[in-house]
Design a protein around this ligand. Structure first.
Ligand code: GLU
Length: 492
């Protein structure tokens, strides 16, 4: 084994990449980059019934989108491939046979029905159900008889029935497991597929993994894996089990707590930078307690020693807060490019408009982006620049359109703007202020209904920024249309 750090993220492709998995991948990546090591992606697809190609594609897509770039793995290759367990079956078979030969593993012919019946009997007798090693000492004759009956054997590891297996975990410290609670677990299934605890060890060794960084839910598998390491004569890697992510009520995070998969967040308009920042702080914190953390900064400061032992609490509000931060701070062209697909999807613009009016969209985004929390919200918030106002916000109507002079002010304001030759922030603001001064009313009495008339909303960017961007023609016609609307609605 080399001294150089080699870590892996090893998802089972049985669903989409969730924030828990993304966080595990991220911690592996941060650790690898911090130590100048290698980050490997290995697909654990030996569960043929539950693994799907679509999940593989989705996991890969999500990781790329988040910027979790692996050095070795699918799409990349590497010296330790293949990186799909389904393509490494020969290796598991070979290692299992070695254990059989060395008397460290054995064939077991018990059928699932027999095992279930025995489990039930044990439970009835008040014992913890476990495999009692019935096939440990079969003779050649027994085996032949079972084979003749057509039974397909599994291979089980001989687990010591006494003593302890100790996990030295970088995050959790020393965790001791009594071997008596373990049984001779299956390493190869009757269909010739390895079990997770076996394939994982064979691969972690074959791929030269130095640190196994994974979710805490696997801690109970680690003593079994250590027994496999020992039986195979492999050197142990270092283990680090990262804490669980719980919902705010401390229950297991699930669908009912809202979006949990990376693609759902993407579709809701979250930025990868915000998600990465958020996940970085989910169970880890930098020495200076800083909340805004780019991946580069996290790489510099990340150590496993600073990972918390206690569960991290998932808080979508913090993620959303970070998202608004990145929406405001990242490069304007980048944010513009990100919001365009949302606008196209909502039918606000076409892809062609996006290409032709890119500079205009960018100016709109520039004045609007600091008020939205997600790209989705931003797309909605700027829709009025591209589409006519169909509806006026109800509370705005009550507040600003129901005033006696609202329609008159809108018409006069439209007239004043129409006359302007130069249509700038200064000239439009000046026109409004002169008009309200001359009429002896407050500027706000014109500004508020105008905002509602031209945007349909009561809040948004500075009014004169909007007016200038929208242009004279649209502004004036929307003000007149609103005045008309007020008159019609007065009659009703
Ligand atoms: N395939 C396992 C999972 O997705 C990997 C666990 C590990 O990292 O060892 O949970």
């Amino acid at each position: 084994m080399t001294d150089k750090v080699r870590v892996r993220f090893a998802p089972s492709p049985t669903g989409s990449l969730h924030i828990g998995g993304a966080r595990t991948a991220l911690f592996n990546l941060l650790f690898a980059r911090h130590s100048g090591g290698t980050f490997i992606l290995r697909i654990e697809d030996t569960d043929t019934e539950r693994s799907t190609e679509e999940s593989v594609a989705q996991i890969i897509r999500s990781m790329k989108w988040l910027g979790l770039d692996w050095d070795e793995g699918p799409d990349k290759g590497g010296d330790y491939g293949p990186y799909f367990q389904s393509q490494r079956l020969e290796l598991y078979r070979k290692e299992a046979e070695r254990l059989l030969k060395e008397g460290k593993a054995y064939y077991c012919y018990c059928t699932p029905e027999e095992l279930a019946a025995r489990r039930e009997a044990m439970m009835k007798a008040g014992k913890a159900p476990r495999y009692e090693g019935l096939c440990r000492n079969l003779t050649e004759e027994d085996r032949k008889r079972y084979e003749a009956e057509g039974r397909k054997p599994v291979i089980r590891l001989k687990v010591p029935q006494e003593g302890q297996t100790v996990v030295e975990d970088i995050i959790r410290g020393t965790v001791v497991f009594e071997n008596s609670v373990l049984d001779d677990f299956i390493i190869m299934k009757s269909n010739g597929m390895p079990t997770y605890n076996f394939a994982c060890v064979v691969d972690d060794h074959a791929m030269g993994i130095t640190h196994v960084i994974r979710a805490e839910e696997h801690l109970s598998n680690t003593p079994k894996q250590i027994l496999v390491y020992k039986a195979l004569g492999y050197e142990l890697p270092k283990f680090a089990h990262v804490p669980m992510i719980l919902a705010p009520d401390r229950s297991k995070l699930s669908k009912r707590h809202g979006a949990t998969s990376v693609e759902e967040f993407r579709d809701q308009g979250y930025l990868p930078q915000a998600i990465i920042n958020y996940l970085t702080l989910l169970g880890w914190s930098p020495p200076d307690g800083e909340e805004i953390m780019s991946m580069e900064k996290a790489i510099k400061e990340f150590t496993l020693e600073r990972v918390n032992k206690t569960a991290a609490i998932y808080d979508v509000k913090k993620l959303t807060w970070l998202n608004s931060h990145y929406l405001r701070e990242l490069d304007l062209d980048y944010i513009t490019e990100q919001v365009i697909p949302f606008m196209v999807k909502k039918g606000i613009i076409t892809q062609e408009d996006a290409e032709q009016n890119y500079e205009y969209i960018k100016r709109v985004v520039a004045v609007s982006r600091d008020r939205s929390k997600t790209l989705d919200e931003l797309a909605d918030a700027i829709a009025f620049f591209f589409k006519d106002v169909e509806e006026y916000e109800e509370k705005g109507v009550k507040k600003h359109f129901c005033k006696e002079n609202a329609a008159e002010l809108l018409l006069k304001g439209a007239e004043a703007l129409e006359k302007l030759e130069e249509f700038t922030h200064e000239s439009t603001e000046h026109a409004f202020r002169s008009l309200t001064d001359a009429m002896g009313v407050k500027a706000a009495e014109l500004i508020h209904p105008t905002r509602l008339a031209i945007t349909g909303r009561t809040v948004g960017p500075g009014l004169f920024d909007i007016i200038v961007l929208l242009g004279k023609e649209k502004t004036v016609s929307r003000m007149r249309k609103a005045a008309e609307w007020i008159k019609n609605n007065e009659k009703i």
